[in-house]
Ligand binder design. Structure first.
Ligand code: ZN
Length: 244
C-alpha cells in the first residue's frame, strides 16, 4: 500500500501518514490531477485528498509520438502501477495535496476554464449544493463579472463606451448587440437584472434564481472557454493524424 504525508484536516495531526486505499484519475485534467481515497493513521478517518502529478514525472511518462488520448491513457496506467507498489511514498511523485470533501450534488465545471474562473465557479456550485443561495449568486455574478469584462476588453476595437462597460447587465447588452456570443444565450441572460451594482444583492435570492444564474453562467463559460479549446485540440489531433 502506498502512503503520503499530509496535515490531517480531521484531527489536525501535523505531517500525518496517510494510507492510500484507492485512487481515481481525473480525466478532464488529462490525469495530472488525482483523487486519493486515504486514511489518516493518527485518527483512522477516511477522506479524499486531491493531488497533482509533479510536472517532471508527468512529462517523463507522456509519449509525444502518440495521440493525446493514447498518451494520457498510458500516463494513467503507469501512475496506477506506481501507486499500487507497496510502501511507495506519493510525495515523491505528487504535489499540491489538498483536502477535497465531496459535496453531494455539486456540479462539475465546464472543461478548460482559466484557473481563477474555475475556482470561483466551484465555490459557487459548492454554495449551491449547501443551499446557500445568496453566496452562490454572488459567486456566479463574480464569474460573469470577470468574463464579461474580458470579452469587452478583447473587443475594444468596437469602441464600447463607459456606460457599456458599467455593469454585467450593460456589458451583456453590448456583447449581444455586437453578436460576440450566440444569441440563443440572450434569453438565459435575463437572470442578470439591471440593479446597477454588480456586487450588491438584497440577500433574499431564491433557489430558482440561483439555478437560473448557474444555467446562464455554465452555458456562457462553455461557449467562451470550452468550445474554442475543444476545437483547438481537435485540430491538433487532426494534424497529428496527417503526420503519421
Ligand atoms: Zn487524522
Amino acid at each position: 500500500m502506498s502512503t503520503f504525508i499530509f496535515d490531517c484536516p480531521s484531527c489536525s495531526a501535523k505531517n500525518s501518514t496517510f494510507d492510500v486505499d484507492s485512487i481515481h484519475g481525473i480525466e478532464s485534467s488529462h490525469y495530472t490531477d488525482w483523487d486519493l481515497f486515504s486514511i489518516c493513521r493518527a485518527c483512522s478517518k477516511s477522506m479524499v485528498i486531491t493531488a497533482k502529478v509533479k510536472s517532471e514525472i508527468y512529462n517523463s511518462l507522456y509519449v509525444h509520438d502518440l495521440t493525446i488520448a493514447a498518451s494520457t491513457k498510458r500516463v494513467r496506467e503507469q501512475i496506477i502501477d506506481v501507486v499500487d507498489r507497496d510502501e511507495f511514498h506519493l510525495n515523491r511523485a505528487f504535489e499540491s495535496f489538498i483536502y477535497s470533501p465531496v459535496h453531494v450534488g455539486q456540479i462539475t465545471p465546464p472543461e478548460y476554464l482559466p484557473e481563477k474562473v474555475k475556482e470561483i465557479f466551484n465555490e459557487a456550485t459548492k454554495c449551491l449544493s449547501l443551499n446557500c443561495f445568496n453566496a452562490a449568486g454572488a459567486m456566479f455574478r463574480l464569474c460573469l463579472d470577470i468574463v464579461t469584462k474580458d470579452i469587452v476588453q478583447k473587443n475594444e476595437a468596437l469602441a464600447p463606451t463607459r456606460d457599456d462597460k458599467k455593469s454585467i447587465h450593460t456589458r451583456l447588452i453590448w456583447i449581444f448587440k455586437h453578436n460576440l456570443l450566440n444569441n440563443a444565450l440572450e434569453d438565459l441572460s435575463r437572470c442578470i437584472k439591471d440593479d446597477g451594482n454588480d456586487g450588491a444583492h438584497d440577500g433574499n435570492l431564491t433557489k430558482t434564481e440561483a439555478d437560473d444564474l448557474l444555467d446562464f453562467t455554465y452555458e456562457l463559460l462553455e461557449q467562451v472557454y470550452t468550445q474554442p479549446e475543444r476545437i483547438r485540440l481537435a485540430q491538433i489531433r487532426r494534424q497529428e493524424r496527417r503526420k503519421s
